[in-house]
Ligand binder design. Structure first.
Ligand code: ADP
Ligand code: MG
Length: 694
């Protein structure tokens, strides 16, 4: 049950003055239709109306507030001309201009001969002072109606700032103060106002400082949102880990065999990751670990070693991949080694049907399969293991919590879970997204990697690029050609890719193939297989082709309209080349009129191949807000956190959340009760539900 004190926070905005059906709909579109949504929709700026000069001294270009007398209304000769009202003070004249006004209303607002206080942006129009559509025109007796400082909100069509402001102020009147959920020491250290005072300060600021991300109010709200997220993660983590009841310790025989069979030595980071994972398997609590490493950093072999360690200890294992292509690829990499050491591997995807599938499931249930590799098909209800003890989830952000839990629930005695991701994200963001997981980082690349020669080339020189490609293809090279994202629309993407495919086909004939997101799995795989086998030399694709696709012979990556891609994406795409012994290149084709940020992105791509560095730069270039929209990276969305200014609070929140759960796992203490308010307020109450279900 939601705590009673939050009742008003979740009331409908329709109860507020000025919010009827229409405004409610607009609000719902903008931020949500409950008071809490409105209150967490923060203003992004302020208008200062305190500048009150005499007209002769007023500087055009900014907001002024002036006291004038109305002289004359001038009706325009035609409708394209503005309606003008002439005014004066004792130093100069001022024109008020209105396009398509309601004239009767204007005549009532600005009666000739009366005094008015006018506030708005002052312009110099043909040598005369003018304000077009003033923000305020009030009787001096009602001057109090006009605020000195006025908040500016992000808006949507059909909703005015005035309405929003009034609604926010009315909402503040309605909602109560809430019990303090933060650590008293932190409250004291940061001079934190309480939650309600903090939202009040932001919606009714008394200075520009109140809106700055470093103000005590803004920092408090950021802390609130971060702690709510981290606490929910920590509760889930605690519940998952508590279920676990056994420690997995193997003989080390299989692991030794694999290490002997490998034609190379593990890098230091790989060794560390293996050690961390083996220690987690041994621990009686369930493993919740994320292995983060760039494309090609050698995660797969670490995963295999982890599987071997678990199998030695007598349990079955699973490797879940987001797509068929990736599942197949894992099988291809793992199968040869597995055979040498006697590890029984099988593949299960949506394409296994009928008798073979039944046979496979029988073998699985009897414990005759040690490692099941597959797509989401392995989560289906009728897939039963004899004893699943360890599961790896590749590209883990592409699966939801539900799917992860479903896989973990296939083990009767709890399942150790290892996530893998090739999307390098900055450390601070790792905490926000995966605060519940321990992290193994593989930063070091296997030795002998040749850097990818990266060039930024104008699209004007497309024909040179194609000519160069032709020479390379003739001497046996293989190339990817990635077509741009067109306004997030897959259909338009496809059109662009098909057009490029057409022109390249014209030149290269059967040596060109096309893959895109609308193709069936089997079709896609067939084209990929041809490219892998070298029957196709150029693979044209939309961005849908898979991150982990491994064709070591491919040495050229062309990315068309590279300026439209994010840094992380460019980095992932480039990661597909430079995997073999031959020297690779990446050509970033761009238009001529690229913006400053896009230019900076392309420059970084030229300068480094370090995914973590690129991720940090990406965060810096995008600033706080936008990172949050990156759904595909699996990051949670934040309304109140500015990743530039509040970075120091992220770790603090994570540590605090873990400490809370260690001391008071069921949130029974007084602070625990306050924290329940926090979880509900930010709708991170899955945590609470888990607590209730045990
Ligand atoms: P990831 O899964 O992280 O993208 P992979 O595991 O596919 O990377 O490894 C990429 C390539 O590097 C594979 O061909 C693998 O055999 C090779 N490799 C992995 N570890 C090492 C190492 N320590 N030394 C040399 N080559 C390695
Ligand atoms: Mg891989």
């Amino acid at each position: 049950m939601r705590p009673e004190a939050l009742f008003e926070y979740f009331a409908d905005v329709e109860r507020l003055p000025g919010i009827g059906k229409r405004n409610r709909l607009a609000l719902e579109r903008l931020c949500g239709s409950r008071l809490v949504d409105l209150l967490l929709h923060l203003p992004t700026g302020l208008v200062d109306r305190r500048y009150r000069p005499k007209l002769a001294a007023a500087a055009p270009g900014g907001i002024v507030t002036v006291a004038v007398t109305v002289d004359e209304h001038m009706v325009p000769k035609n409708r394209r001309m503005p309606y003008k009202v002439l005014c004066h003070d004792d130093t100069d004249e001022l024109t008020l201009a209105f396009f398509n006004p309601r004239t009767d209303w204007l005549q009532r607002q600005l009666p000739v001969g009366k005094q008015r206080i006018i506030s708005g942006k002052l312009e110099d129009y043909q040598g005369k002072l003018q304000i077009t559509h003033p923000d305020y025109m009030v009787d001096p007796d009602d001057a109090a109606e006009m605020p000195d400082l006025e908040t500016i909100y992000p808006l949507t069509a059909g909703l005015s700032g005035k309405v929003l402001r009034k609604a926010a102020h009315a909402a503040l009147e309605m909602v109560p103060h809430l019990p303090e959920w933060h650590d008293p020491a932190l409250v004291k250290r940061d001079k934190m106002p309480d939650f309600k005072s903090a939202i009040s300060a932001v919606h009714q600021p008394s200075s520009f400082d109140d809106l700055s991300p470093s103000s005590p109010a803004r920092r408090r709200l950021a802390c609130d949102e971060l702690l709510a997220t981290q606490l929910a993660l920590a509760i889930v983590r605690d519940r998952t880990r508590r279920k676990r009841g056994r420690s997995l310790v193997g003989s080390g025989v299989m692991v030794e065999k694999i290490l002997k069979a490998l034609p190379y030595q593990l890098t230091g980071d790989q060794q560390t990751a293996v050690r961390e994972i083996v220690a987690d398997l041994k621990n009686e609590k369930a493993m919740l670990r994320l292995m983060q490493g760039d494309v090609g950093s050698g995660k797969t072999v670490v995963a295999l070693l982890a599987v071997a360690a678990a199998v030695e200890a007598g349990v079955q294992t699973a490797l879940l991949a987001p797509t068929e292509i990736l599942a197949h690829q894992h099988l291809d990499t793992i199968a040869p080694l597995a055979e040498q050491i006697g590890l029984r591997v099988a593949l299960l995807t949506g394409r296994n049907k009928g008798k073979p599938r039944t046979a496979l499931l029988e073998a699985l249930a009897k414990g005759e399969i040690d490692l099941l590799i597959g797509t989401h098909a392995i989560i289906q209800d009728d897939v039963a293991f004899k004893d699943l003890g360890f599961a790896i989830i590749d590209e883990q952000h592409r699966f939801g919590v539900q799917q992860r839990l479903a896989l973990a629930n296939k083990g009767a005695h709890g399942v150790d879970v290892l996530g893998m991701t090739a999307t390098p994200i900055p450390r601070t963001l790792t905490l926000t997204a995966y605060g519940d997981m321990d992290v193994s980082l593989i930063r070091e690349k296997p030795p002998g990697r040749k850097p990818v020669d990266t060039r930024v080339v104008s699209l004007d020189r497309l024909s040179d690029v194609v000519a160069g490609l032709e020479r390379a293809i003739h001497s046996g090279a293989r190339a990817y050609w990635v077509c741009p994202l067109v306004e997030e629309s897959e259909l338009l993407d496809l059109a662009a890719a098909e057009e490029r495919y057409g022109t390249l086909k014209h030149m290269f004939g059967d040596r060109v193939g096309l893959v895109h997101g609308k193709m069936k799995g089997a079709e896609k795989d067939a084209v990929m297989a041809k490219f892998q086998a070298g029957e196709i030399s150029i693979l044209v694709s939309t961005t849908v082709i898979e991150v982990g696709v491994n064709v070591p012979e491919a040495t050229i990556m062309v990315i068309e309209h590279a300026e439209r891609f994010g840094l992380a994406q460019l980095h992932q795409l480039r990661g597909r080349v430079g995997r073999g012994d031959a020297k690779s290149s990446c050509i970033l084709l761009r238009t001529n009129d690229v913006g400053e940020v896009a230019r900076a992105r392309l420059k970084i791509m030229r300068e480094t191949e370090d995914g973590f560095l690129i991720a940090e730069e990406d965060l810096r270039l995008r600033g706080g807000g936008e990172v949050l929209g990156t759904k595909q990276s699996g990051l949670p969305e934040f309304k109140l956190v500015d990743f530039g200014d509040h970075a120091d609070l992220i770790e603090l929140a994570r540590d605090d959340a873990r400490m809370i759960v260690a001391k008071d796992p069921d949130l029974q203490s007084e602070r625990g009760g306050a924290l329940r308010h926090l979880l509900y307020l930010f709708e991170r109450d899955e945590g609470v539900r888990l607590m209730q279900s045990g």
